[in-house]
Design a protein around this ligand. Structure first.
Ligand code: SF4
Length: 198
């Protein structure tokens, strides 16, 4: 998570969809596409800076392995974690939610005070086709997903996600384990638990 407009997109695995609720579509027009492009440029500039600082401080994220299987589980109910001030201060909270509603088409459906997070229904996501109606202009956090998770101790990938986390020291640890002569099933278990698989 990176500051007040610098929200982190995570996802909740099995939040029930808003069955029966009217789903108003909001396909992006030229003005919204331009505004989102600007927001995206700022988002990624900020993200690159923040992650560079974290690396300089000695933090080592996992590497991203695997590939997107297009299951769209991460689009079903996006959850955005904010800074504490954005979550608590009425004006910042109002601006934050208004931005996501008007520009990104995210409608608030839940609050998570312990995490300073909001969960949304995305009006661009079509549950019938499981596709985004404005994919080319999707926000930066949708494009970045699931990379933000790689900075967590135990990355909470959604069940069935085609991506996986690989330890930054995977190769070295694998070599050390090979020298131990462990039985294959034990080796498998350790590789899984320590995110050693490429
Ligand atoms: S495979 Fe992972 S990143 Fe791709 S759509 Fe599914 S949950 Fe999202």
């Amino acid at each position: 998570m990176t500051g007040w407009v610098r929200a982190r997109l995570v996802s909740e695995s099995k939040r029930p969809g808003p069955a029966g609720r009217e789903r108003k579509r909001l396909k992006d027009g030229p003005a919204r596409i331009a505004l989102k492009a600007l927001a995206r440029a700022l988002f990624f500039a900020d993200l690159r800076g923040t992650r560079a600082i974290r690396r300089l401080r000695g933090e080592k994220p996992y590497r991203l392995g695997g590939a997107c299987g297009l299951c769209a589980a991460c689009c079903e109910s996006p959850m955005i974690q904010t800074g504490v001030w954005t979550y608590r201060l009425r004006t910042l909270r109002f601006l934050f939610l208004a931005w996501h509603r008007i520009v990104n088409g995210f409608h608030l459906v839940g609050e998570h005070p312990r995490l300073n997070a909001f969960s949304f229904r995305c009006t661009h996501f079509d549950p019938a086709t499981r596709r985004c109606d404005s994919y080319s202009s999707r926000p930066g956090m949708c494009r970045d997903y699931p990379r933000a998770l790689l900075w967590e101790g135990e990355p909470p990938f959604l069940a069935g996600c085609g991506y996986r986390a690989i330890s930054p020291n995977a190769e070295r640890v694998r070599r050390l384990l090979e020298d131990e002569g462990l039985p294959p099933e034990k080796l498998d278990e350790i590789e899984e638990r320590l995110h050693l698989r490429e």
